[in-house]
Design a protein around this ligand. Sequence first.
Ligand code: COA
Length: 255
Amino acid sequence: MSQDLLIHTEAGVTTITFNRVEKKNSFTEAMYTQLAQTLTQADADQGTRVLVFQGDVTVFSAGNDIADFLNHPPASEDAPVFHFLRALASFSKPMLAAVCGPAVGIGTTLLLHCDLVYAGDNAAFSLPFVNLGLCPEAASSLLLPQMIGHHRASEALLLGEPFMAEAALEVGLVNRVLPPTECNAYAQAQARKLAGKPLASLIATKRLIKQGQQTAVLEHIAREGQVFAELLRGPAAREAFSAFMDKRRPNFADC
Ligand code: COA
């Protein structure tokens, strides 16, 4: 079994640690498969009351592993990334994240499905889909405008420029900013607090907070996925990804 994800359950808290630091915790197809399975099991398992995502103190996740992504483009709704996204959007118990360093693409969009997010002061969030010739995923084109308003969401999604932890705190995308070395421990302490509360009340409260939005979110994930797959075959995405592999700036003059 690969060690790219470390899964650990203790005192009702299941923690998923992204552990592929040499590739900036970018996600491969195999990792999406394991993430989807872990979420499905954790949601059903009585031993899990709360779930936590965490990365390294230097990096949360660089998003999709670009090389792996080109070898295994998500061709249908059955692709592992969509299993993960649906499991994420449907997860019924409290979900927390501790984010330090870069959180790129799905490294940021997965946070929109979390209930509490803690950030190290080195966290840098970015949604560079347009810069990669792609479009938003994980229902971020629905959830982000709802959370931070149309103009701020457009700035994040159209320009794709990174924004730091303090800016994320100001717009309500994170709950608290901490020194990076304290971030994971703080999220764990909050998770333990939640795990001590009555599970049925936690689940009911989360469902009420989400106000029956789950169907719309799942539909949006599917719709974005179709557009994403079309754009992935287009010239801009091809240019963006070859530029990344060749370590050069992309040239979109013909796109
Ligand atoms: N896919 C595959 N490999 C990745 C990766 C990704 N998304 N992000 C980083 N890596 C690899 C780099 O190729 C490099 O590998 P190498 O050592 O074999 O050359 C290694 O991880 C270190 O990355 P590097 O870019 O040198 O680190 P950095 O600290 O300077 O920058 C990031 C970190 C996250 C800002 C930068 O790597 C980045 O922008 N990555 C791409 C993010 C992206 O576009 N994701 C896709 C979203 S759909």
